[in-house]
Design a protein around this ligand. Structure first.
Ligand code: FAD
Length: 301
């Protein structure tokens, strides 16, 4: 595989030599794993391909690319969702939205459910329901010996414990089942852009979110120099899981600061997970730090 990308005046070239397989079933995955162990090939699993460490690629080894395993099914009665290991959050969000449900997924919906879940995972619903792994009910995975197993609180309990945080090291997960939650209401949010001199005020407001009751609001803060002006600015992404009136009332101190741009709007929850997509396209260089995850107001069932 060879690809190159223009980034400003730099031409980046990525060369990855090795084998890539695109399984369509758990049995295919098992065969691929056995092939790699039989031939002593370094093995890498590709979910959504968003790893920043390069852990989903290999030079000279075998890539198991799960992009042809993206089927998502919802159990409306139990309010659970099962997705194949190569699904992206946009697939899960779209399917759940049909039933007025939502899951604790990522804030950029082209991220894979695989890497995000196996590393912990947080999103706009985390203040209410915890991390993605707090909502994980079971996984189906292929172990290094090719065996296909299920891990949950009742089956292979130790493996289930290990998978929730270090999962990528224990096997290829071919299916994830999560607890979903009622999400019938639209949400309010979007990006507010502030000039650098307002940094202290913006951060002071962000800190007040931690002091009040948790559950419905999330604020992400970033810095950048976006087009057309390419001048440094503060970008505050605000989210409120409720009506526009409630959202505007809660964020009033921030809105009163006089943002340079206000892109907030009412949207379905599934769209909230895409509002950062335009700023998070592939190939862009950025630094990200984890946000805090405040105590949950409701325990995930
Ligand atoms: C633009 C962007 C936005 C992000 N936003 C968030 C966010 O809101 N919340 C959050 O928690 N994180 C977020 N992240 C971090 C993200 O969760 C991690 O980068 C994650 O590892 C990406 O998972 P992936 O499946 O897309 O990546 P991949 O590169 O495919 O995989 C990452 C790692 O997981 C392994 N893996 C993937 N799928 C499987 C599987 N099915 N079975 C076994 N191993 C597997 C891979 O081998 C690799 O080691 C974001 C990252 C980016 C680039």
């Amino acid at each position: 595989v060879k690809s190159s990308r223009q980034l400003g005046s730099w031409k980046l070239t990525l060369k990855c030599q090795g084998l890539v397989v695109y399984p369509t079933s758990v049995e295919d995955v098992s065969k691929a794993v056995l092939f790699s162990t039989a031939n002593s090939l370094h093995l890498a699993t590709v979910g959504g391909g968003h790893a920043t460490s390069g852990s989903s690629s290999t030079h000279g080894g075998l890539c198991i690319d799960l992009s042809k395993m993206r089927i998502v099914t919802v159990d409306v009665e139990k309010k659970t969702v099962t997705a194949q290991g190569g699904a992206l959050w946009e697939h899960v969000d779209a399917e759940l939205a049909k039933y007025g449900l939502g899951a604790v997924g990522g804030t950029v919906n082209h991220t894979g459910i695989g890497g995000l879940t196996l590393g912990g995972g947080y999103g706009y619903l985390s203040p209410r329901y915890g991390l993605t792994i707090d909502n994980l009910l079971s996984v189906e995975l292929v172990l290094a010996n090719g065996k296909i197993v299920t891990a949950s609180e009742t089956e292979n309990k130790d493996l289930f414990w290990a998978v929730r945080g270090a999962g990528a090291a224990f096997g290829v997960v071919t299916s994830f089942t999560y607890q979903a939650h009622d999400q019938n209401n639209d949400v309010w949010g979007g990006m507010l852009v502030f000039p650098p001199p307002l940094l202290a005020e913006v951060m002071a407001f962000a800190n007040t979110i931690l002091e009040g009751p948790q559950g419905d609001k999330v604020m992400l803060v970033g810095f950048g120099a976006p087009p057309p002006a390419h001048q440094p600015v503060i970008m505050a992404i605000v989210f409120y899981n409720g009506s526009e009136e409630e959202g505007k009332a809660f964020y009033e101190p921030l809105l009163k600061l006089g943002p340079l741009a206000n892109m907030t709007t009412v949207m379905p929850f599934s769209s909230a997970n895409s509002m950062l997509n335009p700023a998070m396209f592939a190939g862009l260089r950025r630094t990200m730090k984890g946000t805090q995850c405040p105590p949950r107001s409701t325990k995930a069932s």
